[in-house]
Write a protein that binds this ligand. Structure first.
Ligand SMILES: *Cc1c(COP(=O)(O)O)cnc(C)c1O
Length: 400
């Protein structure tokens, strides 16, 4: 029978588009060659990798030579941060980043800090936006890298990267942005953003897991981080993951093709969902009201805790998250929610609902019915009152 579950955790990962799977299959079977081999098997693989590289480069306004395939955005972020720092440390050992970056940026930055680099963490306002004036004030003569994400994965806020990029370029400082959440759903152009380094990942845009890319602007001084063979123009050693790279290319081609329609549809669904939950008692929308990712809804419910909400939603067939997949399971309040000024009490009741390609208006209707029930029941339980007998979705789809 049809899956009646509702998946609203696209910020963590997306289902692979069937067209992507189809494009990948030959490269998992008969077209198995190593893209580094000289024979026909190798040439076939090389051609497919080059084609994907062209699609991905043109999607962000880059040239194919500026794209380096990686194992995902985590590796791309590590490569950007460590590679830029190590290549330029004779010029200076100061890095600027924001307090709301993904751990894939924050952790390599912290590692460098432990090795003697100085780090300035830019604060954000209550919507999660960095102020370019704060950046201007933080720049020093020994600053060698600025890293500010394009769109935040938890609260969906879009950052003023173009403005920051221009400031960085004026000063001759390398600028990195993690655009994992925005590539393929919002226009991302490396020239318009004035960035030197940009991270992406396939599995956030209906492609396979374990593949991504780092854009490295021509002429940028970035050291290699993964040493070994001379793959990827000697910038990233390791046999190319041909099926995954082909899938990444196919996913980006599809995303570009439907981007403006998909973004408009997701915004409409998002706003219907926000309208439905934000008016509930003790509910607060986190992130920027307008400058936010098309599919992102992040709400805090007073007097309920995320873990219980997520478990109750899961029982109703709704898959959501509390913030980022990487931090779930830890009881610490998210660094992003702390950075926007949420107290631990309010942050503890936060749910992230991230919509995607196959969510429907009916999903939104269901979510608008289920969320108030779940939160109401949890609050009632906390107050020692019994929950209601029948719940909306279990009555609707008794099969689950
Ligand atoms: C998911 C995500 C990452 C990590 O990407 P992987 O490909 O899973 O390693 C990094 N940054 C952001 C903003 C993300 O959303």
């Amino acid at each position: 029978m049809a899956d009646t579950r509702i998946y609203v955790d696209h910020g963590a990962t997306t289902p692979t588009d069937p067209r992507v799977v189809e494009a990948m299959l030959p490269f998992l079977t008969e077209k198995f060659g190593n893209a580094g081999s000289v024979h026909q098997f190798g040439q076939e693989a090389r051609a497919a990798v080059d084609q994907a590289r062209e699609v991905i480069a043109s999607a962000i306004g880059a040239t194919p030579q500026e794209i380096v395939f990686t194992s995902g955005a985590t590796e791309a972020d590590n490569f950007a941060v460590l590679g830029a720092a190590w290549a330029n440390e004779t010029r200076g050992r100061h890095i600027i980043t924001s307090t709301i970056e993904h751990h894939a940026v924050l952790e390599p930055v912290r590692f460098l800090q432990s090795r003697g680099f100085d780090v300035s963490y830019l604060p954000v306002d209550r919507y999660g936006r960095v102020d370019p004036d704060d950046l201007r004030a933080a720049i020093r003569a020994d600053t060698v890298l600025i890293s500010v994400m394009h769109a935040n994965n938890e609260i969906g806020t879009l950052e003023p990267v173009a403005e920051i990029g221009r400031l960085a370029r004026e000063r001759g400082i390398l600028m990195h942005t993690d655009a994992t959440q925005s590539v393929g759903i919002l226009p991302v152009h490396v020239g318009a953003l004035a960035v030197d380094l940009l991270s992406m990942s396939a599995h956030k845009r209906y492609g396979p897991k374990g593949v991504g890319a780092l854009y490295i602007r021509k002429g940028s001084n970035v050291a290699r981080v993964q040493h070994g063979g001379s793959h990827e123009r000697n910038r990233r050693a390791g046999t190319e993951n041909v099926p995954a790279i082909v899938g990444f290319g196919a996913a980006i081609a599809i995303a570009l093709d439907c981007m403006s329609d998909e973004a408009a549809r997701l915004r409409r669904l998002r706003d219907r969902l926000i309208e439905g939950v934000a008016r509930l008692d003790g509910a607060h929308l986190n992130g920027h009201p307008v400058e936010r990712l098309p599919g992102n809804v992040n709400v805090s419910f007073e007097g309920a805790d995320s873990e219980s909400i997520l478990l109750a939603l899961d029982l109703q067939g709704v898959a959501a998250s509390s913030g980022s997949a990487c931090t779930s399971g830890s009881l610490e309040p998210s660094h992003v929610l702390s950075a926007i000024g949420l107290g631990p009490e309010v942050a503890a009741g936060t749910v992230r609902l991230t919509l995607g390609r196959w969510n429907t208006d009916e999903d939104i209707d269901d979510l608008r019915a289920v969320l108030p029930e779940v939160v109401g029941d949890l609050r009632a339980a906390a107050a020692g009152r019994p929950p209601r007998a029948v719940s909306y979705r279990s009555a609707q789809s008794s099969a689950r």
